[in-house]
Unconditional design. Structure first.
Length: 215
C-alpha cells in the first residue's frame, strides 16, 4: 500500500524541511501536481522547483501532469529523477503513442481520468503498456475538494481488470482521508494520494496521518 503525500498542500516556504519529515517513511511517494493553467485553471510546479525537489529527496517522485501538451513534459522532465509519469487521457488523442514514448524514459507510466470520463476510454492496448491508473475523485485543478462517492465504483472497475493485468497499480487522488481510505482499499486501490489531510496539522502529525490511511 503506497501513500503519496501531495506536495501541493505542503508549506512551500519550508519545502526542504517538509521533505525531510518523510525521509524514514516506508512505501511513500511524493505526488507532484503539475498544472499549466490551461488544461486546468491553476498553475503550480515548474521545471526549476521539480529539479530542486528531486535533488533533496530519495523518496520516489510521482508526477501528475494536468497539462494540455504532455508530450512536451515527457521530454523536459526526463532528467528530474521522476519515478512515475502520469498524464491525462483527456489531454491528447495520442494516448497509446505517448504511453509507449514515456515508457522508454520513466520506470512507471500512468494515465489519469477525470471523474466524468468514461472508463471505457482506457483500451486493452493501453492497459498492456500501463503501470498505473489514476482515478480522480475530485475535479482536477485545486486541492481541498470533497470526495466524489462514485469513485469507489470506478476503482472497482479497474480492480476487476487486474485479473488480466495483475501488476496494474490503482491510484486515487482527491479528498482522500481516513474516512474513505479503508473503503478505497477494499475497492482495490493500492496507492492513495492525500494532500490537505496529511499536511493541514503540521509535521508532528504526518506519520500518524499516513498510518491512519494504511489502517
Amino acid at each position: 500500500m503506497i501513500i503519496s503525500p501531495s506536495l501541493l498542500a505542503c508549506d512551500f516556504l519550508n519545502i526542504e524541511a517538509e521533505l525531510e519529515c518523510f525521509k524514514d517513511f516506508k512505501d511513500t511517494w511524493f505526488h507532484l501536481d503539475i498544472m499549466d493553467s490551461h488544461f486546468v485553471p491553476n498553475l503550480t510546479f515548474g521545471h526549476p522547483i521539480v529539479k530542486l525537489i528531486s535533488k533533496k529527496t530519495e523518496i520516489p517522485l510521482d508526477a501528475h501532469f494536468m497539462v494540455s501538451n504532455p508530450e512536451f513534459f515527457i521530454d523536459t522532465f526526463k532528467d528530474f529523477n521522476i519515478h512515475n509519469f502520469t498524464f491525462h487521457i483527456e489531454s491528447t488523442e495520442k494516448t497509446l503513442e505517448l504511453i509507449k514514448k514515456a515508457k522508454k524514459i520513466y520506470p512507471s507510466v500512468g494515465i489519469s481520468l477525470k471523474p466524468k470520463t468514461p472508463l471505457t476510454a482506457v483500451t486493452d492496448e493501453m492497459l498492456k503498456e500501463l503501470d498505473l491508473i489514476l482515478i480522480m475523485s475530485v475535479e482536477p485543478g485545486f486541492g481541498g475538494q470533497s470526495f466524489i462517492e462514485e469513485s469507489y465504483a470506478r476503482v472497482e472497475y479497474f480492480n476487476k481488470l487486474k485479473t488480466n493485468y495483475p501488476n496494474l497499480m490503482i491510484q486515487v487522488d482527491g479528498g482522500v482521508s481516513n474516512k474513505n481510505a479503508k473503503k478505497l482499499q477494499e475497492s482495490g486501490a493500492n496507492n492513495l494520494v492525500a494532500g490537505s489531510y496529511i499536511f493541514k496539522d503540521g509535521p508532528l502529525t504526518y506519520k500518524n496521518k499516513i498510518e491512519s490511511l494504511r489502517r
